[in-house]
Structure formats: structure tokens, C-alpha cells
Design a protein around this ligand. Structure first.
Ligand code: GRF
Length: 197
């Protein structure tokens, strides 16, 4: 059984997709042992607790320095010892020590077709604003391993989504979630849990 910790910052719709897929038996051999958020008000924490999953808040704001937060975050994760860490809309950079402690065991979902519209400054709605500003006709989502860089690790899976005339960033964000992210991330977890990756 693959023991997963999911890290979130906001709404947690990707977390919900993972929970629903596990409960529906579409993702097998996997269980979420805890959800960690840097934001105490994250709706994602309510989603976790509603399904009997431990929800933990660990915020940089509660530490005097970034180094102190990074150390606490890494120590907490090492103590939990998950088989897989899933970043599902997590807006905190993963400390180098954590990347080193969990080689090939941290994955992230990004709402574009990497290497387009990714890296520093490309998060949340900004990704879709920039895709629309560039006028691309196809965008999508990517699941990738996390290395020391920003959205630079090996790609696991991608799914394309068409941009439609008149799309706003919000409309495009929703379509990318519905048609790509909520499908791709649970699928990648199922593939990892069942030894297909
Ligand atoms: C998603 O678009 C994800 O790809 C990005 O942040 C967003 C999180 O949404 N990294 P949610 O919290 O899962 O609803």
C-alpha cells in the first residue's frame, strides 16, 4: 500500500479528485496518510478532515526564518516517512533537504504543458493569463517529478486541452482542471502505486 502525503495551499480540488478516485476504487494500493497545508484557512484542509484524513498546517509565517520553517517541514515529513509526496496546488518551494531525503518520491501537478508557461512566477491563474496572452490554441496539464528546480523535474504524464474563443483565465483554468488535472493526477498516482512507472 502506497502511503501518500498530499501538500496543498488552497481550494484542494486536485486533492478531492485523489480522495474520490481512491474511494471509488479507481486508484488502488494507495492511501492518503495526511494532508499538509501552509495555509490554515485552506479549504483543502476541510476536505481532508471531512474524509477522516489528518490535516496539518505548517506555515512559514509561524517560523522566524525560512531556514527554520524548511527544517521543521523536512523533519515532519521524514518522521511521517511517506512513500510518495504529492504537491497538489502547493505554493511553497520544497526545501532542498526534503528533495534529497525523498529522491523520486515527490510529484507535482502543473496547469500547462511543460516546458511552456512554467517556472518562477507561473502559478495559479497567472499560468492561464500568460497562455491566453500568448495566444496558444492548446494548453493542458503536466505531472512531473520534483527536483531542485522550479517545474524542471522529469515529466510523468501530460494531457492537452483546447483553448476556446472567448476564454477568460478563469474559464480556461476550470477547463484545464476538469479535462486534465483531475484525471491526470489520480492516474499518475495509480500508475506509481501499481508499479507501472
Ligand atoms: C491547480 O491548477 C494546480 O495545477 C496548480 O494549482 C491549482 C490548485 O488547485 N498547481 P486546487 O487547490 O487543487 O483546487
Amino acid at each position: 500500500m502506497l502511503k501518500i502525503v498530499v501538500c496543498v495551499s488552497g481550494g484542494g480540488t486536485n486533492l478531492q479528485a485523489i480522495i474520490d478516485s481512491i474511494e471509488a476504487g479507481k486508484v488502488t494500493n494507495a492511501e492518503i496518510m495526511a494532508v499538509i497545508s501552509n495555509n490554515a484557512d485552506a479549504k483543502a484542509l476541510d476536505r481532508a478532515r471531512n474524509h477522516g484524513i489528518e490535516g496539518i498546517c505548517l506555515s512559514p509565517k509561524d517560523y522566524e526564518t525560512r531556514d527554520a520553517f524548511n527544517e521543521a517541514f523536512t523533519t515532519t515529513m521524514v518522521a511521517m516517512n511517506p512513500d510518495l509526496i504529492v504537491l497538489a496546488g502547493f505554493l511553497v518551494k520544497i526545501p532542498e533537504a526534503m528533495v534529497a531525503a525523498f529522491p523520486g518520491k515527490i510529484i507535482n501537478i502543473h496547469p500547462s504543458l511543460i516546458p511552456s508557461f512554467c517556472g518562477v512566477g507561473y502559478y495559479g491563474l497567472k499560468v492561464h493569463e500568460k497562455a491566453l496572452a500568448r495566444g496558444v490554441k492548446v494548453t493542458g496539464a503536466t505531472v512531473h517529478y520534483v527536483d531542485g528546480g522550479m517545474d524542471t523535474g522529469p515529466i510523468i504524464a501530460q494531457k492537452a486541452v483546447y483553448v476556446q474563443p472567448g476564454d477568460t483565465p478563469e474559464v480556461l483554468q476550470r477547463r484545464v482542471m476538469e479535462e486534465a488535472e483531475w484525471i491526470l493526477l489520480p492516474q499518475a498516482i495509480d500508475d506509481i502505486a501499481n508499479g507501472r512507472i
